[in-house]
Design a protein around this ligand. Structure first.
Ligand code: GLY
Length: 438
């Protein structure tokens, strides 16, 4: 089968690598990702928002199915456009993708369909009403632009915002700049607990969940510094997390099932990958937000564990015949290597050298992200995350150590969080949840 992967990052590299085991992969990417270029039967480096060109590339190569990696083309309706040309996609339609692309839609869906895991919130298109809500809200708030902001729009009191007064200033900024494409905002209660990710395959009706994972969004060691797309993630042998019980995992999956039923009624049946970002709180799982695609880095954790034919699962998503997916009972750790001083780096366009052979000898894997291969075949940094290094082992501890060893074989103006998935950090999380549950 000929499958087109759209996107140019580590998530798409992981998708392509998993598909490549049983299918022919073709890639359309905005930047020449060396990992994707190596896997692909054919690839094109061009504008990822140029759907006409994507359709032409798909037709030229007699593509039978597409797999859409990032959220931006989903928001613009790439799945709908490919469908008009007879090409089905793993990815939701524009309407169904609103679960990620419109935070007001997502919160209202929970309210209207009485889905568990809901939280206190308000959506505002009037600045003064938003201010009044914050003034009357006797707790710290979370401020979210309604539309997509590349993961950089959410700000939290006690983290990036000093207090609710500063939250009001940020709300004004969102309105003034129409941040995320809307002159509006969603204001939410601040949840206390540990965040985790559950990703699931969805075929419109059926949902097959994957192992839970936990990302580390802060840029610096000790969970300090600005929020990034994610500096590393891990998953455990039993597909749970050290602080997450089976009951809590099951309850989270139930919430995802209810969400899928509600999207079908309110918008259109959802086909693709649903990414649930949850917080385990004293009252149980609550939904922070959904993404309409695989996580990055969490895609690398789960796709490396698939013990099944991923191209077949993708076909089942499209056909509406999904039933199960097997995953190895192994732990995985992924650490992101980023340019020095990321996210305020000056290292863009400098060379990064990766000794893939040495990393392979350690039985670890490299997934290229926001780097590009130039005309001399040099791999160069951009100002974003460079590559994910992943190891799969019997325990998180072993996988973490292998990741650290493997990263020694990467050279350049780079940085990584060496504390990701360490025993010290995991113990802190377990202890934190014990406090929260008291
Ligand atoms: N790891 C966060 C995300 O994929 O959005």
């Amino acid at each position: 089968m000929k499958i087109l992967v759209v996107g140019s990052g580590a998530r798409e590299h992981a998708i392509a690598k998993a598909l490549d085991k049983t299918a022919d992969v073709y890639t359309y990417m905005g930047r020449k990702n060396p990992g994707l270029a190596e896997i692909s039967k054919e690839y094109e480096v061009a504008d990822e928002s140029d759907f006409e060109n994507i359709i032409r590339f798909a037709k030229d190569n007699e593509i039978e199915m597409a797999f859409i990696g990032p959220e931006a083309p989903l928001e613009k309706g790439i799945v709908d456009e490919l469908q008009k040309e007879g090409i089905s996609s793993v990815g939701p339609t524009k309407l169904a993708a609103q679960i990620e692309t419109n935070k007001a839609f997502m919160r209202k869906l929970f309210e209207d369909y009485d889905i568990p895991g809901s939280i206190k919130y308000g959506t505002f298109y009037d600045l003064n009403e938003a201010f009044k809500f914050i003034d009357s809200f006797d707790e710290p708030v979370v401020v979210k632009p309604i539309g997509l902001t590349g993961g950089k729009g959410v700000k939290i009191v006690g983290d990036q915002l000093e207090d609710n007064e500063e939250a009001k200033k940020y709300v004004k900024e969102i309105f003034d700049q129409k941040m995320g494409g809307f002159e509006g905002v969603v204001i939410e209660e601040l949840l206390v607990g540990e965040e985790y990710t559950i990703q699931a395959f969805v075929d419109g009706t059926n949902i097959v969940p994957m192992p839970a994972a936990q990302d580390h969004p802060h840029a610096f060691e000790g969970n300090k510094g600005p929020i990034t797309g994610g500096m590393g993630s891990y998953s455990d042998t039993n597909h749970l997390l050290p602080f997450l019980t089976q009951e809590e995992y099951n309850a989270s999956v139930e919430i995802m099932k209810e969400t899928i039923k509600a999207i079908a009624k309110e918008a259109q049946p959802y086909k693709g990958i649903l990414y649930g970002q949850f917080m385990i709180t004293k009252e149980g799982p609550k939904v922070i937000e959904y993404n309409a695609r695989f996580g990055d880095p969490e895609s690398m954790n789960v796709l490396a564990l698939i013990d099944d034919d991923f191209a077949k699962i993708s076909q089942q998503i499209v056909d509406g015949t999904l039933s199960e997916a097997k995953f190895q009972n192994k732990a995985s750790v992924c650490k992101y290597v980023v340019p020095d001083n990321y996210p305020n780096t000056k290292a863009a366009d400098t060379i990064i050298e990766v000794d893939e052979e040495k990393i392979k000898d350690l039985d670890a894997q490299v997934y290229y992200a926001a780097v590009y291969q130039d005309d001399n075949d040099d791999v160069k940094l951009t100002s974003s995350r460079a590559l994910g290094v992943l190891a799969v082992r019997d325990t998180i501890e072993e996988a973490e150590k292998v990741c650290e060893e493997a990263i020694q074989y990467i050279e350049g103006d780079i940085y990584h969080r060496s504390d990701v998935a360490t025993e010290k950090l995991l113990n802190e999380k377990i202890k934190h949840m014990e406090e929260v549950r008291k």
